[in-house]
Design a protein around this ligand. Structure first.
Ligand code: ADP
Length: 324
């Protein structure tokens, strides 16, 4: 089970200034042929947030992101980015957004540098500024020493890092990444995590989609749990854990075959060689167990409080398990 320490709220970065809402998404719907990909997606985002879209394959994460970046259009609903309607002002807002799609989009026969030069120009960065930005993003990605090498010689993870670098050249205020760590090596994965953290510390708002629970736990301060084209729950990670994660106790006693009846325990399940007991009366159940242990001379191997996990939250709000 992964222990989580939710990041400090992004509001701290803006101590005295009012926090700006940079994205307002209302009632998005989208159907492809007969498949309804988005049913009714509504959420908003404050500047400086690191926002995680968590959901299984097919939940509608990519579709939402493609609508936000203007790549596809929603059937209905609206998107307001930096205070402007996306439908009427896609070009005006695109300069503030960096988008890293799921598929790697690089020219294999060009060097990393030349790829970045090409993408920088498409974002409108040119001349000395572009040269300087290429140096900076290559440094951020840890691939400056590979600048002149052909992309075809790069590993999948390194290509992904260059893809992210390309989306950063124009200094976007909002960076949208669609499952950027799928199928890549651990070193690149760690590097990507560090880059995202650093960008977020510098004030860049992040939208990060993934089906890996632990990525959301380490990277994001707000989470939307998405399933079947809907946001099933949303909020700061800590709040979701408080709201949906049950308090539980793990008990393991050598030689104990069956638990005696316990008051205030709402559910009991076997886990490993012990039991997980869910309760809203943590203290009284703990006391009761300690009494039982003393009365019956239990050989207690473990008696611990289980912290709620995002896995549990996911199960509670969707009714299914998210398999990594
Ligand atoms: P996720 O990113 O969470 O995996 P997607 O947004 O890619 O989810 O997909 C949501 C649903 O829409 C899925 O059922 C998927 O099969 C379907 N879908 C996505 N893109 C297309 C498309 N171009 N044509 C038809 N169906 C699509």
């Amino acid at each position: 089970m992964i222990e989580t320490t939710p990041k400090a709220s992004s509001t701290l970065q803006f101590a005295s200034a009012p926090i700006e809402t940079i994205l307002e998404v209302s009632h998005l719907r989208k159907t492809y042929a007969k498949k309804q990909a988005l049913q009714d997606v509504t959420f908003s985002l404050k500047a400086g947030t690191s926002f995680g879209f968590l959901g299984p394959n097919g939940a509608g994460k990519s579709t939402t992101m493609k609508i936000l970046t203007g790549i596809i259009k929603a059937d209905s609903g609206s998107v307001k980015l930096f205070g402007q309607e996306l439908t009427t002002d896609a070009d005006a807002v695109s300069k503030y957004i960096g988008y890293v799609p799921q598929e790697i989009t690089l020219y294999e026969k060009l060097s990393a540098y030349d790829n970045l030069e090409f993408f920088g120009q498409t974002y409108g960065v040119r001349g000395k500024e572009l040269k300087q930005r290429i140096q900076e993003v290559l440094t951020q990605t840890g691939l400056l020493d590979r600048a002149k090498d052909e992309i075809s010689t790069f590993s999948g993870g390194m290509k992904r890092r260059i893809n992210i670098a390309a989306a950063l050249l124009h200094r976007p205020k909002l960076l949208i990444l669609d499952e950027p760590t799928v199928g890549i090596d651990p070193q690149s994965r760690n590097h990507i995590f560090e880059m995202i953290r650093e960008l977020n510390r510098e004030g860049v708002t992040i939208i990060y989609s993934t089906h890996y629970m632990e990525e959301v736990e380490v990277l994001c301060d707000e989470v939307a749990i998405m399933d079947q084209g809907m946001i099933k729950a949303m909020g700061p990670l800590g709040e979701l854990l408080d709201r949906y994660g049950d308090n539980a106790i793990y008990l393991e006693v050598n030689g104990l075959q069956e638990l005696p009846p316990l008051e205030h325990v709402t559910s009991t399940r076997k886990e490993g060689s012990g039991w997980v007991l869910e309760t809203e009366r943590m203290n009284s159940v703990m006391q009761h167990l300690l009494q039982l242990a003393s009365t019956h001379s239990w050989d207690v191997k473990q008696l611990t409080v289980v912290r709620p996990s995002l896995e549990h939250v996911f199960l509670r709000v969707t009714g299914t398990q998210l398999r990594d």
